[in-house]
Write a protein that binds this ligand. Sequence first.
Ligand code: RRO
Length: 295
Amino acid sequence: MNFAGIELSGSIVNASGTFDAIAARRAFGDALLASFPFAAFVSKTVTLEPRQGNPPPRLWELGAGMLNSIGLPNKGLNRFLAEDLPQLAELPVPLIVNVMGSAPQDVARLVAAFGAREEVAALELNVSCPNVTTGLLMGADPGETAALLDVVRSQTAKPLIVKLTPNCASPGEVAAAAEQHGADAVSLINTVRGMAMHPRRPREPWLGGGTGGMSGPAVRAIALAQVREVRRRVRLPILGMGGVQSGRHARELLDAGADLVAVGTESFRDPLAGSRIAAELLEIDANSGMIGVTA
Ligand code: RRO
């Protein structure tokens, strides 16, 4: 299949930040390359400068998912280019690099740097991280998203995927702004802002960052509704994600209007969940002609 100009061998990719391909290669060796669980690899967010991330604790388990307040720890552009890109280029699938900056000019520099690398198939612009103020602002407002694209679009001919936030008044309006200002695709949803109280300290939040981003099965219904809303608003290809645990869940996101599906939190339970979900989806689709016969 083709997604926004990227040739893919299947319909399931990873959600940014939920699968560390370099650590997985260390753990599984070359067996990982022989049966890579995704049709493309999306990197964790890269920023211009190195970042420490948020203070601990960074995770809280929920009844049907989890909260994270990771806060974009990463080694920054230069070390990512020198240390990580060569390793990620060995993966047997196209590489999508996720980037974020606190101002459009920062994002433009990242897009220009990665746009010049043949190892990179596409860029995902993370305007939707719930754990830093600036990323949230750029993606919560259609005008800010448009202004960002006006600065970064000219920096590369590679596909630009805008990652939308569910924490805004109208994801459809933000998607429309992205479309009108040169995006090649949108991806959604990022995590839903939430909070957990400390179990022993009255009035204190548990997470070091105060609030966090909710993911997992709890957000699947939100993802379905927002993917449908965005589908009705734009013609752009949609990378849909949010609480996908099975081929059935992936099929539902596709039926709601997504063209490609990402698996996120489920990979923490099973790093090969992507392969299982892709196989289940193929089986569902192969058998779908039978539905009318058996009903
Ligand atoms: O690193 C994070 O805290 C983080 C990011 Br960049 C994001 O986009 N979504 C999320 O839930 N956490």
